[in-house]
Each structure stands twice: as C-alpha cells, then as structure tokens.
Design a binder for this molecule. Structure first.
Ligand code: BEZ
Length: 256
C-alpha cells in the first residue's frame, strides 16, 4: 500500500481519465520553440505522448519520469526514456550542459521542493538553453483542494502533510528561477477551466491517489462523496458534466 502523499500512476487509467493533459500541453512545445536537431529533455514524460510530438519537430528527445509504469509506456511508444527523480537529476546519468532545452508539462505541481528541480535543470542545460514548463499555479483546483482539506480536517487528519501539490505564484517561481541561474523570458498565470471526461469521483481516484491511498475503503468512499458534493455547485453543470477549476503557470526561462 502506498504511504500518504505518494502518487502512483497507471498509464491506462491516465489515458482514459485525463486525455486532455497532453492535448492541452502542446502549447508548451510552441513556447520552447525547439529547432530540428536540438537535444531536449522531457521532464516527467509520462507515457511519452508529448516526447513523440517533440521528436516530430526533429528533436532528439530523452524522457525521464519517476514512475516505472510511465517509463515502460513511453518506451513502448519508442521514446528513449528512463526512470529518474526530478529532484535528483544529477543522478540520472546525463552530462552537465548536454541539453539544448528542457520541456515539462503538468509535472512540477507534484513536487513540493522546487529548488533542487531548478538546480538540476540548470545543470543539464547548456548556457543559453531554454526551460519551458507548464504546471498548476496559485489558485489551481481551489474548489477541489479546499474540499479535500475540509474533509481531512473533519476527521482530525492534517491535510498539510498529505497535500502533495505545489502551486506557486508567478512571483515566487520567478524568484526561484532567477536565484537558480535563469533569465525569465515568459511567466503567465491563467485560468483554464477544464472539462473532464468523467465524474469528479473518477478524477479524484486518479489525481487524488496520494491523498487517499492509505485510507480504508469506507473512508476513501466517504471523502470522495463529500468532496464531490462540496464541489458540485461550482464545478458540475445541470446536465452532470464536470469542469475543474484549473489555473496554469506557464514559464519560459533561459539558462545564464
Ligand atoms: C494539474 O494542475 O494538472 C493538476 C494538479 C493537481 C492534481 C491534478 C492535476
């Protein structure tokens, strides 16, 4: 059983419940604006859908992900992928300065320690190389997150130790990048209300696993029902379709 705060991924479930993640992340490739022949690291490559899109631009792509299941799925697509922890990129076996670009979509909000990630990305980029990323920014999924916090507090469980998410303000992330040796060339925080294919309960089974994994089945079921009921007035339309209140931070920075 997973400890609390530890997210586990199943590629098939991810593709079924969250096909919009790679679809909506394609804009980050435009932000990176890679040239044919560039060597690009896809940081948190998942099942490799966007790694392949980068390769279609003529780039040489290497994917890394902490999830063995995702790395296996990416390799099945033909991506050169390996298991690595974004906080410990120096252990991943790449030479310093060996990438022209680092790309990351929908990953960095899962890592509550941003400074070692930024240091690792800076080390891997050549001077002048580009880091382009999109992830949850301040206020992301506020309705769902607020309801989760309330459900855990009601049970005397501290939500702060379980909450796996990092949603920084543009100011905070800019400061981290600048102190990590980057010049920030783009930083946008924007609302992205996102229709999801199923129910919020299904969304929580996937994205809330780190919150719920170590609880017994009855408690998990009760929390999912409570969060769905609390969020429904804001996020569920009359016909039953759910739209989650995503807020994205889109970042471009050049290694100095
Ligand atoms: C996201 O912003 O993509 C996200 C954040 C936390 C959980 C699920 C998705």
């Amino acid at each position: 059983m997973a400890a609390h705060n530890e997210q586990r991924w199943q590629p098939e479930q991810y593709r079924r419940c969250a096909p919009y993640v790679p679809e909506l992340g394609r804009g980050v490739i435009d932000l990176l604006d890679p040239r044919p022949g560039d060597r690009i690291l896809d940081l948190g490559c998942g099942d490799g859908e966007l790694s392949m899109a980068l390769a279609a631009h003529g780039c040489t792509v290497v994917g890394v992900d902490r999830s063995e299941a995702f790395v296996a799925a990416a390799r099945q697509r033909g991506v050169n992928a390996r298991v690595a922890d974004a906080r410990r990129l120096a252990d991943a076996g790449f030479a310093a300065g060996s990438f022209d670009g680092v790309f990351s979509n929908a990953v960095l909000h899962w890592i509550r320690e941003p400074a070692p990630v930024i240091a690792g990305v800076r080390r891997l980029l050549r001077t002048g190389g580009c880091f382009a990323a999109e992830f949850g920014g301040a206020g992301n999924i506020a309705t769902v997150r607020g309801a989760l916090h309330a459900a855990f507090e009601r049970r005397g469980l501290d939500p702060a130790v379980r909450d796996p998410w990092y949603f920084p303000t543009p100011q905070a992330y800019r400061a981290l990048l600048e102190s990590g040796g980057f010049t920030v060339t783009g930083m946008t925080l924007f609302d992205r209300p996102t229709p999801i294919p199923g129910t919020l309960a299904e969304w929580l089974q996937l994205f809330g696993a780190a919150w719920l994994a170590d609880l017994d089945r009855a408690t998990r079921t009760a929390i999912v029902a409570e969060v769905s009921a609390a969020a429904a007035p804001r996020l569920r339309a009359a016909g039953g379709a759910w739209t989650v209140d995503y807020v994205r931070l889109r970042v471009r920075a050049v290694a100095g």
